[in-house]
Ligand binder design. Structure first.
Ligand SMILES: Nc1ncnc2c1ncn2[C@@H]1O[C@H](COP(=O)(O)OP(=O)(O)OP(=O)(O)O)[C@@H](O)[C@H]1O
Length: 279
């Protein structure tokens, strides 16, 4: 094949890709109302959102705007009251049963009586994988989060940042296409958080997973994401969706660049406009 024909083929593949991209999450006109003793709470209203394979999407917005609820709907932990959602082209329930996602919570939620290896292996035991498969996956995923050598430690022997990395390894161990992360670094100090943000981006580049990430931090959202979804409360709805044109290969220095600051400004403006200070 000539170099030119090769280039044309590549172009056609790229065209095909953009014509029918791999859609991981497809949400249309989705609403969720909680019925409570004090009346209905409109946690999500009229949400439309598409997330493609390999996207890193951050959800940002004030407390109570529905970020966690949206993640829980994707994970099939809450059912919408209206609208539709597919995950990997199937219902959230089917996706959950297919182990399509790993979920990382704000607290590392590791079992203190299990070693780090034992914690990462737990979902694999539940899946019924053989001992050797479990050992391979534990080693592979601890290496991905730079925790090789800590297999035999207990969670309380690790720093908060290391514990959170262990919980990411546990979520990755089931080998999901999609990683759902609910403020995973919210409780950590800024220096540790910066470091973990860089590590998370490297991990994302290495594994080409799709990530849906909840945060309250504008710099974190802009640094990590290919797409930033700004939500506003009462009822929880999307105020803005920002497609980031920052290069995917980023280091923390990018936060000083005019392009970064421009996106951060747009997120801040969205948060201001969507927020009622009377709440
Ligand atoms: N199980 C529930 N029953 C009733 N109301 C709920 C329930 N879960 C969430 N809510 C309400 O739905 C709204 C959205 O909550 P959610 O936790 O999704 O917001 P959030 O943006 O993640 O907030 P935060 O940033 O504080 O974590 C809030 O008003 C909350 O009180």
């Amino acid at each position: 094949m000539t170099a030119l024909a090769g280039a044309k083929d590549t172009e056609m593949v790229e065209k095909h890709k953009s014509a029918s991209p791999d859609r991981v999450i497809d949400i249309e006109k989705l609403s969720l109302t909680f019925e409570t003793n004090d009346g209905p709470v409109h946690a999500l209203s009229d949400i439309d959102l598409k997330i493609e394979q390999g996207d890193f999407v951050s959800f940002i917005g004030p407390s109570g705007c529905g970020k966690t609820t949206l993640l829980r709907v994707i994970a099939d932990l809450e059912k919408p009251t209206a609208g539709s959602i597919t995950v990997n082209g199937v219902s959230p329930e089917e996706a959950r049963l297919n182990r399509a996602y790993g979920y990382v919570f704000q607290a590392a939620a590791l079992y203190s009586w299990r070693t780090i290896a034992g914690n990462v292996a737990l979902p694999l035991e539940i899946m019924g994988l053989s001992r050797s498969e479990r050992q391979q996956r534990v080693a592979r995923n601890l290496e991905l989060v730079n925790l090789s050598g800590f297999e035999k430690k207990y969670p309380w022997q690790l720093s908060g940042g290391m514990q959170q990395r262990a919980s990411i390894a546990r979520a990755l161990a089931v080998e999901p296409d999609l990683l759902l992360m609910d403020e995973p670094f919210g409780a950590l100090d800024e220096i540790v958080r910066d470091h973990l943000n860089e590590q998370l981006l490297q991990l994302w580049a290495k594994t080409s997973k799709t990530v849906a990430f909840v945060t309250h931090s504008i710099p974190e959202a802009v640094f990590l994401s290919t797409k930033i979804v700004v939500l506003c409360p009462r009822p929880g709805r999307i105020y803005d969706v920002i497609e980031s044109d920052l290069p995917r290969d980023r280091t923390l220095d990018i936060r000083e660049s005019p392009e970064f600051l421009k996106i951060a400004h747009r997120v801040r403006e969205g948060l201001k406009a969507g927020h009622s200070y009377e709440d």
